[in-house]
Design a protein around this ligand. Structure first.
Ligand SMILES: Cc1cc2nc3c(=O)[nH]c(=O)nc-3n(C[C@H](O)[C@H](O)[C@H](O)COP(=O)(O)OP(=O)(O)OC[C@H]3O[C@@H](n4cnc5c(N)ncnc54)[C@H](O)[C@@H]3O)c2cc1C
Length: 394
């Protein structure tokens, strides 16, 4: 039987980040032995993804940052765009392949972290730890005994919620014949897309040069589209809204991120915890997860290094999750006009403060200052009805 102090299940954003933070020695701190288990290539492994987040100054994973922007743009359905300089913050883009390469290179030099390719079938608690039951190459069963287990495998189903919307999107990495993009500005929300009957839609543009960008069509709505539906929406957006002209599609990206007010349990047993998206790191109102899972894995690694009980902290405060529950309800019921609300926030709240708000790093007074730009009636009605609504499985 394999043994380690720490088993990390899943080598996505959360698993890799935690293993990276635990790799190597830190003077005066413990150096736990770590086994990082990831599914073999195949259906359990997600495809390449693009992760964006914002921070000021240099970051731990800067070597994997492909592009970064200090200007963000939001476009209302009609009328002029709203541009915001977010200095001292930077909106950073990391491609998951680059992240994987960077972390893998560092882990190769790390004597206390070992990697294993196997599909985890179950995790069983035993006295003073847990057993991770796996199927390795060739169908061989293996067991890893660990004092602590951090599981980032996606949840099989979503926990019961009052409101669940899906943030679902499809994107093209495009090359255009003529210069079509402003490489200094990331376009977060372009609401010139036709709005769906329920929820909202927008375009999202991450330009990496005048001729190259990731262009996505995104919806916050109850149901995903068919492949044809995304194709049609993106063709319309790139041709009829952006007027890109001749476009070469270099690669594509598709995703679904649940936006839910369900409490996501992080503690599965006394030695077994969930981290990452599976551990509630997704901010319900935006779908951003990368920054939240960095906060979580940083805290877990610090606790392990100091010999403390490494319970992952909530990535978002109770206040942030409560505000998000109200916003999700207001959007899902159609009580608020999503494009109008997001444009209003970007117009009226200084962008660095809005981004700190979205990261849950604002104080109560700043939150109230942001909140007063939301339409009071629909938000209060949504807040008032929440306690009486049952939580339903989706
Ligand atoms: C296309 C896309 C784009 C996104 N863009 C952003 C963004 O710009 N900004 C942002 O903040 N968030 C973004 N997100 C949300 C979130 O950051 C990502 O989903 C992120 O990958 C979550 O990291 P994770 O480690 O929790 O899960 P994952 O990265 O999905 O990792 C889960 C890991 O578990 C492994 N696994 C699964 N089953 C098993 C098993 N049985 N045994 C062993 N291993 C297993 C998988 O191989 C995988 O490595 C995006 C999501 C998607 C899908």
């Amino acid at each position: 039987m394999l043994k380690a102090d720490v088993a990390v299940i899943g080598a996505g954003a959360a698993g890799l980040s935690l293993a990276h933070r635990l790799s190597g020695e830190v003077p005066g701190a413990l150096t736990p032995s770590v086994v990082l288990v990831d599914a073999p290539p195949g259906p359990l492994r997600p495809g390449p993804r693009t992760w964006c987040f914002w921070e000021s100054g240099r970051g731990r994973f800067d070597a994997a940052v492909r592009s970064q922007w200090h200007r963000l743009r939001v476009r209302p359905p009609s009328g002029p765009a709203v541009d915001a300089d977010i200095t001292p913050l930077r909106y950073k883009m990391i491609r998951s392949d680059d992240f994987e390469s960077l972390v893998s290179r560092d882990l190769r030099d790390s004597p206390n972290v070992r990697r294993l390719e196997a599909a985890v079938d179950a995790v069983e608690e035993v006295p003073a730890g847990a057993h991770v039951l796996m199927t390795a190459a060739g169908g061989r069963s293996r067991t890893l005994a660990a004092r602590w287990v951090f599981d980032s495998r996606p949840l099989g189903s979503l926990p019961a919620a009052r409101t669940t919307l899906l943030q679902h999107f499809h994107g093209w990495f495009v090359r255009t014949a003529r210069p079509a993009f402003d490489p200094g500005t990331a376009e977060l929300m372009d609401f010139r897309t036709p709005q769906p009957a329920s929820g909202l839609s927008f375009g999202y543009i991450l330009p990496t040069g005048p001729h190259e960008a990731l262009v996505e069509y995104t919806e916050f709505s109850p149901h995903v589209l068919t492949a044809d539906g995304y194709e049609t929406a993106l063709r319309h957006y790139t041709a009829d809204v952006l007027h890109l002209g001749d476009v070469e599609i270099l690669a594509t990206e598709t995703g679904v991120i649940p936006m839910t007010d369900a409490p996501v349990p992080r503690r599965v047993g006394s030695s077994v915890f969930r981290i990452g998206a599976a551990g509630g790191a997704t901010r319900p109102s935006t779908g951003y997860t990368f920054a939240g899972l960095q906060r979580q894995t940083r805290a877990v690694a610090a606790a392990l290094r100091q010999g403390r009980r490494p319970v992952p902290p909530a990535a978002h405060s109770v206040r942030a999750r409560t505000m998000d529950a109200v916003l999700l309800r207001a959007l899902a019921t159609g009580r608020v006009d999503g494009p109008d609300l997001f444009c209003r926030l970007f117009t009226r709240v200084p962008a660095p403060r809005l981004l700190r708000f979205l990261d849950g790093r604002t104080n109560l007074f700043e939150d109230l200052a942001v909140g007063r730009h939301a339409p009071a009636g629909p938000m209060l009605r949504s807040a008032a009805e929440l306690p009486g609504l049952p939580r339903r499985a989706t």
